[in-house]
Design a protein around this ligand. Structure first.
Ligand code: HPA
Length: 255
């Protein structure tokens, strides 16, 4: 099948795909932005409706590694299905990437961690109640959703570069409302270190397609009831912007 938009992505020959979460758009440099393909070129992709989420693939570089950025993701809480919100992952896989980095903004539930830092996802709790594999009988093994080997490489790079990189469990919820303090206590007792509204379905879809997956949460705020502040999307975006520089440094050192 010839599809000019997919061919443009394919011809970039990228090994790595990177999905950018809230406020992390600054990871794409101005130079890279010139080379992009809008989500609107792909009829199967819904358009993101959240401020801070642009919808396009960017053909970029990190050092000498070619990457495809997915800048702007769509979420279940926008009213889309699990299948729709993972369309971008299927396109990245069709474009030939072998490794996928998922990023997100998340609230911190683990009091030993701190907002403004990054957590590498070691495992997840899919609490969305759905899956992109719905309708198939694909009994996918998720024993190692987030590549152990790749995690070790990121950890080594973080240590060498003096970057604080926590590691923990990400709980993915439907949203769009933030959690109540009672829900945060429940999630903590279930083993969650960070809480967000994305990533888990994309990770499942990527593993189903055989991609190696890494995930990173930008810890933008204390989860509800832990800090003294109320939560706002603006705070999430601002903290994300500041922490993006650190992440960019980590990627430079790791890819
Ligand atoms: N909860 C859920 N999702 C989030 C949060 C949070 O506290 N912060 C950023 N995304």
């Amino acid at each position: 099948m010839s599809d000019p938009a997919l061919d443009r992505l394919r011809n970039w020959n990228a090994d790595v795909g990177i999905v950018l979460g809230s406020g992390l758009n600054v990871l794409v440099s101005a130079a890279d932005s010139a080379n992009s393909v809008g989500y609107s070129e792909f009829p199967e992709l819904p358009k993101p409706s959240v401020p801070g989420h642009t919808g396009r693939f960017v053909l970029g570089n990190i050092g000498s590694t070619r990457v495809l950025f997915a800048q702007g993701r769509v979420h279940l809480y926008e009213g889309h299905t699990a299948r729709q919100v993972t369309g971008g992952i299927r396109i990245l896989a069709a474009a030939g990437i072998k490794r996928l980095i998922l990023t997100n903004a998340a609230g911190v539930a683990n009091q030993n961690f701190s907002p403004g830092s990054w957590m590498m996802i070691s495992d997840h709790l899919n609490l969305t109640g759905t899956t992109p594999l719905l309708g198939s009988a694909q009994f996918l093994d998720l024993t190692e959703t987030y590549s152990k080997k790749w995690r070790a490489e990121f950890s080594r790079a973080a240590k060498a570069e003096n970057i604080t990189l926590y590691e923990g469990v990400y709980a993915g919820l439907l949203g769009p409302q933030y959690e109540t303090p009672a829900e945060v206590r429940m999630l903590r007792s279930l083993g969650a270190d960070a809480i967000g509204m994305s990533t888990v379905l994309e990770a499942i879809q990527a593993r189903a397609l055989g991609l190696e997956v890494a995930g990173f949460s930008c810890l933008t705020n204390w989860a509800a009831g832990i800090g003294s502040e109320n939560l706002s999307h603006e705070e999430v975006l601002e903290t994300g912007k500041a922490a993006a520089k650190t992440f960019s440094h980590l990627l430079d050192a790791s890819l």
